[in-house]
Design a protein around this ligand. Sequence first.
Ligand code: FES
Length: 166
Amino acid sequence: MSERDHRVSRRQFLTYTLTGVGGFMAAGMLMPMARFALDPALKAGAETDMKYVCDVADLTEVPQKFQFTFEQVDVWYESEVTNEAYIYIRDDQVMALSPKCTHLGCTVAYGTNEEHPERFFCPCHFGMFDENGINIPGTPPQRPLDVYDVVVEDGKVYVGQINQRT
Ligand code: FES
């Protein structure tokens, strides 16, 4: 090959240079935008964190309602959320039930129905659940109360994700 074949014309030189500089500048602008858009969604674990609720010493075999507050990160929006759980000891295990009725979402209460003091009672449509949170046949709810994941560590009770039972 002769030296003439390797020569780059002025037009080619400008095309290569401008393409390179333009690409570099575009990448510099797009990378921060892409990171801003994707980073919160890619952060793992925020919704699976365990939250401290109470001490094991506070618990009995009778379900008691506890409130707990935590920071919720909803992609770009952070807020403080208060949740509730009925927590008690059953067969030497700590149980944590959601108080949200599985019929239409009203809040159930334990022991408030005089005729059935050992049940969870929903005042909206008279739904009932036994003391394990199992729906009573013949009442509107068609499935048991949801359960929280529970971890007991150093005498402290932590709850996590809510799970649906069938
Ligand atoms: S919402 Fe609870 S019985 Fe209907």
